[in-house]
Design a protein around this ligand. Structure first.
Ligand code: NAI
Ligand code: MG
Length: 367
């Protein structure tokens, strides 16, 4: 069996706690003969600042570059609130994304039947929800230049952020969305604001052009603000939703709240496919380091474990193992196992490691 080189970057706060559960799952996958990994570990974020004075060392970046895939926990926390902006914990994650060219951020929002009552919306609106948000991750207003705050003659200030997109950047993210839709329900919605933004005009134009190669997929254009409303009004109308960096940040957080808990949501960040057919990829939960619950055994490991399932599927073509892992999570939830974030009032939640153990039990049952 092929052994894949996996770099684990647990990070800060609950990052190491949820990563410990993934390591247990990796051990179980190996024991079951479903997947084999060569594991390396390194530091990122605050833990790297403590050890090396910066949130990502060149050595860690080189390791990430050499790995077949990267799993990251979470970075940041109040302990590093006062470090310089350039070396804050989040800068380590941004450097990884930028330097590895991880331009496509996939954020599935899935509502498990067992958790539909925890959603911000009524059960009938979200039960069976399964949206894939495809967010452009390395362009747009978070990176465009100029980006500055200047002082005007009268002493007041002027702040500038710049939204920039090129045809090539839009084309490659559109391809990711259409390719995904082919394996799903065959529907793509593209969100922008061509009514008030030049970058939106180009976005719509390029996505429409790319769509010509995908006659088996339907394309709908939606204004991003209307999309936010639709996500809350009738979310199941969407399957694959492709959008830029800023709108994707906001819309994926809206979608997250439809599913019940931040602790449930995995993500993948993918680079371009190279000549050998492989691509750089980083998988991480959507949530942060949750300093409010760190060290207490309260953290829900499902987002992190779901990120491993995405890794199996998208980096290694191990769709069967990924399905087994995903269905182990579904059955664990159906059995009533709940960490604190998803437990109903008055019920007794289980710990992070008990949830990991329960999922592994279900995995062994099914395999
Ligand atoms: P957060 O996602 O860490 O926490 C938000 C709320 O959700 C908290 O109440 C937390 O307890 C809860 N929560 C999050 N994940 C959970 C899990 N797995 N199980 C149970 N409950 C969970 O976001 P917040 O509080 O805004 O940020 C905390 C720190 O994390 C900050 O330093 C922030 O910069 C960083 N952060 C890092 C991210 C990353 O590494 N990708 C993403 C978001 C925030
Ligand atoms: Mg966000």
């Amino acid at each position: 069996m092929t052994s894949y080189k996996l770099l684990l970057l647990p990070g800060d706060g609950i990052g190491p706690e949820v990563m410990a559960e993934v390591e247990k799952v990796i051990g179980a996958l190996d024991a079951l003969g479903l997947a084999r990994f060569e594991i390396e570990r390194d530091l990122v974020g605050g833990s790297a600042i403590d050890a090396h004075g910066k949130p990502l060392t060149d050595e860690a970046l080189a390791r990430a570059d050499a790995a077949d895939a990267i799993l990251l926990g979470a970075v940041g926390g109040p302990k590093w609130a006062d470090v310089a902006y350039e070396i804050r914990p989040e800068a380590g994650l941004l450097r990884l994304r930028k330097d590895l060219g991880l331009f496509a951020n996939l954020r599935p929002a899935i509502c498990y039947p067992a958790l539909a009552d925890g959603s911000a919306l009524k059960r009938e609106l979200v039960e069976g929800l399964d949206i894939m948000i495809v967010r452009e991750l390395t362009g747009g207003v978070y990176f465009g230049e100029p980006k500055e705050i200047t002082t005007l003659p009268d002493g007041s200030k002027r702040a500038v952020d710049t939204q920039v997109y090129t045809t090539a950047e839009i084309e490659r993210i559109a391809h990711v969305a259409f390719d995904l839709a082919r394996k799903r329900s065959g529907r793509v919605a593209s969100a922008e604001k061509h009514n008030v933004m030049k970058s939106g005009v180009l976005w719509k134009e390029v996505v429409t052009k790319v769509h010509a190669d995908y006659s088996d997929v339907t394309l709908e254009h939606v204004l991003a603000d209307n999309c936010a409303m639709q996500l809350v009004r009738r979310p199941k109308q969407y399957d694959v939703l492709v959008t830029d960096n800023l709108f994707g940040d906001v819309l994926s957080d809206v979608a997250a709240m439809l599913t019940g808990s931040l602790g449930m949501l995995p993500s993948a960040s993918l680079g371009a496919v190279d000549a050998k057919g492989s691509r750089k990829a980083l998988y991480e939960p959507v949530h942060g380091s949750a300093p409010d619950i760190a060290g207490k055994g309260y953290a829900n490991p499902i987002a992190m474990i779901g990120s491993l399932a995405m890794c199996l599927r998208y980096s290694f073509g191990l769709g069967e193992a990924a399905d087994l892992l995903d269905s182990a999570v579904t059955r664990t939830l159906a059995s009533g196992a709940r960490t604190r974030d998803i437990a109903a009032e008055g019920t007794t939640p289980i710990s992070t490691s008990e949830m990991g153990d329960a999922i592994i039990r279900e995995l062994k049952h099914a395999a």
